[in-house]
Design a protein around this ligand. Structure first.
Ligand SMILES: Nc1ncnc2c1ncn2[C@@H]1O[C@H](COP(=O)(O)OP(=O)(O)O)[C@@H](O)[C@H]1O
Ligand SMILES: [Mg+2]
Length: 257
């Protein structure tokens, strides 16, 4: 049987912290060049999944591969295939935006770090702020710089753990735009979010992580079929992702017209 091409494959993943069972058998696949949103409430285990996939944490059971490399036995290959933007920006405050980018390009032994930095500054609309210390940047600018840093080296798979947490609406839209561009260029993006509109805006597929398992996985259109449209004053109203989310995790607060 031919192997189906996947960028990320997760099977039966389990992880406990002490007696707390966070992941109880997580399964999903992500196709190359797509945006996959792992959606879940605070504490659902999203960061735990990302840490396992990026080889920062070992699973208790199950298997996972990234770019066809096994996270447990081919960790080095996995690390060369990915970039990770954590929940909390990892930029150096003392350095300027440009210096941060040049530093990462140097660390990755790339040719012409200055040109790489300037190109990314342009793409992320940070050229005007390039020579300012990061300590003077807004939250949105920092996050953009953080994502820009994670793009150095053109990894085929990128993990964005809550990329827009704490950003104002304008900055969120800028980050969304960037993420869409990335996937448009063929990069596979796995992002975690607790924002339903973020998943709705960005993702080709959405998986809901709840009580240690993926309880729903599909396109937005497929998820919408889980709930029939409600009839409100003769106007058909499509369910929002929020209504679907609440319904599938068992807190159905949807008002029936
Ligand atoms: N190192 C750890 N030790 C103990 N508990 C942890 C640790 N890391 C995470 N947890 C707990 O595991 C659960 C899942 O955490 P996490 O994966 O960070 O969730 P999410 O990213 O979805 O908010 C939470 O209840 C969290 O408190
Ligand atoms: Mg998290």
């Amino acid at each position: 049987m031919p192997m189906e091409k996947t960028a990320i494959r997760v099977r039966g993943l389990e992880k406990s912290y002490g007696t707390l069972e966070v992941l109880r058998g997580v399964d999903f696949d992500v196709e190359p060049g797509s945006i996959f949103a792992l959606l879940g409430s605070n504490g659902a285990g999203k960061t735990t999944v990302v840490k396992i996939l990026s080889t920062l944490l070992k699973a208790d059971a199950g298997t996972a591969s990234v770019n066809d490399f096994d996270v447990a036995t081919q960790a080095e290959n996995v690390r060369e295939s990915i970039s990770l933007t954590g929940q909390f920006a990892a930029v150096d405050e003392i350095l300027t935006g440009r210096e941060n980018l040049v530093l990462v390009a140097r660390l990755r032994h790339l040719e012409d770090p200055g040109a790489i930095a300037d190109d990314l500054l342009r793409r992320f609309s940070l050229t005007d702020a390039a020579t300012r210390r990061v300590s003077t940047y807004s939250g949105g600018m920092r996050r953009r710089l953080d994502i820009a840093m994670s793009l150095i080296g053109n990894s085929p798979v990128i993990f964005l753990d809550e990329p827009t947490a704490g950003l104002d609406p304008e900055a969120r839209i800028e980050v969304w735009h960037t993420v869409k561009e990335l996937a448009g260029d063929g990069t596979t993006v796995l992002l975690t979010t607790q924002y339903l509109d973020e998943a709705e805006q960005l993702a080709d597929r959405i998986a809901i992580l709840h009580e240690g398992r993926i309880i729903v996985n599909g396109t937005l259109a497929e998820l919408k079929q889980l709930l029939p449209p409600a009839n409100v004053e003769y106007v058909e109203k499509q369910p929002t992702l929020e209504e679907i989310f609440l319904a599938v995790i068992g807190t159905n607060t949807r008002k029936q017209g």
